[in-house]
Design a protein around this ligand. Structure first.
Ligand SMILES: [Zn+2]
Length: 118
């Protein structure tokens, strides 16, 4: 359904820190430590997932797992299709600086679900 090119582009060309910025309040806690952006690992919940800008993967120094863009979105509760569709929009935004109209639909739904749950 999705071309390998799109998936590769999402994994490699869309920086994880851009995604954390876009996720805003839905993003896991993050902190810059010694110049590296660290965020709360979706697997073990320690603030030790550190972004490696060279391969655009986060590595958790606690549970030793690697996290890519798509993994992160799935851990936040999106399914694969939603994750790819959101990331595709952000990739477009990252490259062009323009927001697509469909952007944030899933995010808004997600925020609503979160509010209802609390
Ligand atoms: Zn971890």
């Amino acid at each position: 359904m999705y071309s390998t090119n799109i998936l590769r582009s999402i994994r490699n060309d869309l920086p994880l820190h851009f995604i954390l910025k876009q996720l805003d309040e839905l993003a896991p806690c993050s902190k810059t430590i010694e110049g590296f952006l660290r965020f709360q690992c979706p697997h073990c919940h320690e603030l030790r997932a550190t972004i490696n800008p060279k391969n655009n993967l986060a590595h958790c120094f606690c549970c030793q797992r690697n996290i890519n863009n798509i993994d992160l979105m799935i851990e936040l509760g999106y399914d694969f299709k939603q994750a790819v569709s959101i990331l595709e929009n952000w990739l477009h935004q990252y490259h062009t600086g323009k927001v697509r109209r469909t952007e944030n639909i899933f995010l808004q739904e997600m925020a609503k679900t979160k509010t209802n749950a609390t």
